[in-house]
Design a protein around this ligand. Structure first.
Ligand SMILES: Nc1ncnc2c1ncn2[C@@H]1O[C@H](COP(=O)(O)OP(=O)(O)OP(=O)(O)O)[C@@H](O)[C@H]1O
Ligand SMILES: [Mg+2]
Length: 258
């Protein structure tokens, strides 16, 4: 199920402003890749090009290729809605549908995608909540609103919603930045479990988190304010944090800038 991502020569723009320049990288299936780098270097923008969300922003434009196994997501005739189903996304702020029940939050994507029998839906919702390590905390209140959960629980609810439709890739943009340390560890543990089934990319400003959860780390940087962000290097996480190839990476991870 999990797929390899192969990016080549990717540029992304907001109108005339080029936000990221000529990015190429390969992301292996069943692995976690962390994106790190200073604010504004294009991590979120690049992440959103991996499921065709970038072009939803007014003026948003992409050049280059993103292959999922062998299919170019930007190829002619590819349906962006289908791409977003295959490549799921979890955002920085947990965003459950506030008026929907916990059950309906998880079922929402499934209902959009097709017809399921009631019993099938129940099974998938249960499996997804278990997959997100939330089932035990909510099984007795599935009909209560999702907004009544704690922040960490809401984020796990959003992860349950994302995995319910069985994506092949899961993109996470700073999924723990609004969470307390305990919820953060719960999400990190969960990421460790989910990588058995999905290809995972996580943006984080937390260097310890990148070191804890990821197999590989990509460091992005800006040459100067107003210039597009570039990929500086990508390597095994252990290597990036012990002996990176580029001085700027070393400076960033040791807190000398950014
Ligand atoms: N909707 C938008 N319209 C115009 N420019 C944007 C938009 N979103 C982002 N940008 C610009 O694109 C560049 C990259 O932004 P992006 O949000 O991808 O950075 P980031 O690395 O995720 O930063 P952070 O760590 O602060 O989240 C920045 O110069 C930013 O101002
Ligand atoms: Mg960002």
């Amino acid at each position: 199920m999990a797929k390899r991502i192969d990016v080549s020569g990717l540029n992304a723009y907001y109108g005339a402003h080029k936000a990221i320049d000529d990015i190429s990288m390969t992301i292996e299936p069943r692995s976690v890749t962390a994106f790190i780098g200073p604010s504004g270097c294009g991590k979120s923008t690049f992440l959103r090009t991996l499921n065709r969300m970038h072009e939803v922003t007014p003026g948003g434009r992409v050049e280059g290729k993103v292959l999922l196994d062998d299919e170019n997501l930007y190829g002619a005739g590819v349906d962006p809605v289908a791409v977003r189903r295959t490549v799921g996304m979890v955002f920085q702020r947990p965003n459950p549908f506030p008026t929907m029940s916990i059950f309906d939050n998880v079922a929402a994507g499934l209902r959009l995608n097709g017809k399921y029998r009631k019993s099938e839906l129940k099974d998938i919702v249960e499996r997804s909540l278990k997959g997100a390590n939330l089932w035990n905390e909510v099984k007795d209140r599935l009909n209560k609103p999702g907004s009544g959960l704690s922040g960490g629980q809401q984020q796990r609810l959003c992860i349950a919603r994302a995995i319910a439709v069985e994506p092949q890739v899961l993109l996470m943009d700073e999924p723990c930045s609004a969470l307390d340390p305990i919820s953060t560890l719960a999400i990190e543990d969960l990421i460790g479990e989910l990588k058995e089934r999905f290809t995972i990319v996580i943006v984080t400003h937390n260097m310890q988190q990148a070191a804890r959860v990821s197999d590989r780390t990509a460091f992005f940087n800006l040459a100067a304010v107003g210039k597009p962000g570039k990929l500086i290097e990508i390597d095994e996480t252990e290597r990036i944090f012990s002996n990176p190839s580029v001085q700027a990476t070393e400076d960033y991870i040791s807190g000398r800038f950014g």
